[in-house]
Design a protein around this ligand. Structure first.
Ligand code: SAH
Ligand code: DHB
Ligand code: MG
Length: 228
């Protein structure tokens, strides 16, 4: 007998099929996002943007909390930034940090295509340095951390400074195909996720949970933290 009551060995293909099935009802075709994705492919960006389902989750969360200011670490081609910024009111703002020259260029093109250049500011440079200059404290409603996982704890500490009480911080890629909970993996990115979990555990001003995910992006997850 397995220890798991619900055990069923599901393949990546079945996870992806399930996600596509749900998306077919819940996530309409979107010509602007198609153009954004095509421009990312044309420029050889890595295929590591959030899934359509996770992107929509970020958009709905921003709408649900009435976010006016959003912070992002890791812009890539601007896909998650565009989805979150679409939830902002006219006077809202999203600030996204990106180190890679090409990613900055492509994301700005995509943000223009999406008609969001007035709302999204892409800050070029290593985020550990650039985010420390952002202010004022507690002026953001939401943060999405999705860059170099080695620096997750630094980004989280900065996001906590910048997000108001009652605001939300989401950290992407916290399972990484199961590596995080597998002690045989000791690479810096994996340790970066583990360090973040220890940091949150010790912080009485943060309450958090990890939602593990499967789908077109394989087995991963995001940690969802409330700033108390
Ligand atoms: N959030 C994006 C995906 C981000 S991929 C989306 O879902 O659409 C991770 C990004 O973090 C990459 O573009 C990478 O260049 C960037 N990155 C990596 N190290 C960084 C650093 N030190 N500072 C800023 N950005 C960094
Ligand atoms: C990788 C990074 C990400 O942010 C992601 O969502 C998926 C994969 C990576 O570096 O492999
Ligand atoms: Mg990610």
């Amino acid at each position: 007998m397995s220890e798991f009551k619900y055990q069923h060995n599901v393949s990546n293909e079945e996870w992806a099929r399930a996600e596509r099935y749900h998306n077919s009802f819940l996530i309409p075709q979107d010509k602007i996002l198609d153009a954004v994705r095509a421009n990312c492919v044309k420029n050889d960006l890595p295929d590591i943007a959030v899934s359509d389902a996770e992107g929509k989750h970020l958009n709905l969360l921003a709408q649900a909390i009435g976010a006016k200011r959003i912070l992002e670490v890791g812009t890539l081609g601007g896909y998650s930034a565009i989805l979150m910024a679409r939830a902002l009111p006219d006077d809202g703002e999203l600030v996204s940090f990106e180190v890679d020259d090409k990613h900055v260029k492509v994301s700005r093109e995509n943000i223009e295509t999406a008609g969001l250049s007035a709302k999204i500011k892409v800050v070029h440079g290593p985020a550990v340095e650039t985010i420390s200059q952002l202010g004022p404290d507690a002026s953001f409603d939401m943060a999405f951390i999705d860059a170099d996982k080695e620096n997750n704890s630094t980004y989280f500490t900065q996001a906590k400074r910048l997000v108001r009480k009652g605001g939300v911080i989401i950290v992407d890629n916290v399972n990484r195909y199961g590596r995080i909970s597998d002690p045989s993996f000791t690479d810096e990115a994996t340790e970066g996720v583990r360090d973040l979990l220890k940091l949150i555990q010790q912080d009485p001003e943060i309450e958090a949970t990890t939602i593990s995910t499967v789908g077109v992006r394989g087995f991963d997850g995001f940690t969802w933290a409330l700033r108390k």
